[in-house]
Design a protein around this ligand. Structure first.
Ligand code: SF4
Length: 268
């Protein structure tokens, strides 16, 4: 048994843990395909939901508003806006602590132009690096798995028109946004905090939401699977963390983002 497991690790170039992860994802995808949209719609109707158009889910002041996106979603927004891939999304790094006083309005943070997104707030700090040392290679590069939409300096989504709570990329908004506040995890329907929960939803709307949710669930799982299949592990050592810290202080750090398309190196 041991010999065959070591053999398959050698053949694939992956660790036992990575192989387990891949096998688990394959199994979950298989089971996700069997979920019944009608049953999911019934669950959604029981919970109830109607969007209040408050825009809170797009704003950092009201909680974690990170929007994870897969490459196909970045591409759709890129085509729609004419922005570059890196203007649309940045590395999915751990959340920076929320500032003590984030203004509820944008007076201090004027609306950014779509062509020239202002500097986003996903800046790593040397102290925060300690908590994810596992993601730093021996050359001091920080590895991230996936992307999130860029945010303004105050943490709001870069595509939010704050004064009127309108999404500037509504027709091509990410699946996470169009299915909010619902998501599926471990084959079960889950909800995020939202003022619209508990309000009546029609049979047609709940079914559409259920179908979108299932599509999102399977798409994200399949994308993650391809990412892990392509991922080639990196070497870590003691010096990597110190190197990353000093580069961060000099603002010359490098991030490597892994996704289903491969790896992208971003030099700050
Ligand atoms: S893409 Fe649109 S809906 Fe999604 S968080 Fe940004 S502004 Fe809100």
């Amino acid at each position: 048994m041991e010999a065959s497991s070591a053999g398959s690790e050698q053949e694939s170039g992956k660790t036992g843990y990575q192989l387990l992860l891949i096998a688990g994802l394959k199994k979950e995808i298989e089971m996700a395909h069997r979920l019944d949209p009608e049953q999911l719609a019934a669950e959604i109707r029981k919970i109830g939901f109607r969007c209040q158009h408050c825009g809170k889910c797009c704003r950092r002041a009201f909680g974690d508003n990170r929007v994870a996106v897969i490459p196909s979603e970045i591409e759709r927004i890129r085509e729609y806006t004419g922005l570059s891939r890196l203007e649309v999304a940045g590395p999915f790094v751990p959340e920076a602590p929320i500032q003590d006083k984030i203004p509820a309005d944008d007076e201090e943070y004027p609306e950014t132009s779509l062509r020239q997104p202002e500097e986003d707030e996903e800046q790593l700090s040397p102290d925060s690096l300690e908590s994810f040392q596992e993601c730093i290679d021996c050359e001091g590069r920080v590895h991230a798995f996936g992307w999130i939409l860029r945010r303004k300096r105050n943490g709001d989504c870069i595509f939010l028109e704050s004064d009127i709570h309108r999404c500037r990329v509504y027709p091509v908004r990410p699946m996470l946004c169009s299915t909010y506040p619902f998501y599926i995890e471990g084959l079960r329907l889950q909800t995020c905090e939202c003022e619209g929960l508990g309000l009546q939803i029609s049979a047609g709307d709940s079914l559409k939401l259920a179908e979108d949710l299932l599509f999102r669930y399977v798409s994200e799982l399949e994308d993650t699977l391809v990412m892990y299949e392509k991922f080639v592990d990196f070497r870590r050592d003691e010096k990597g963390l110190e190197l990353a810290k000093s580069r961060l202080e000099d603002r010359t750090y490098t991030c490597v983002v892994h996704d289903s398309m491969g790896s992208t190196e971003i030099i700050d």
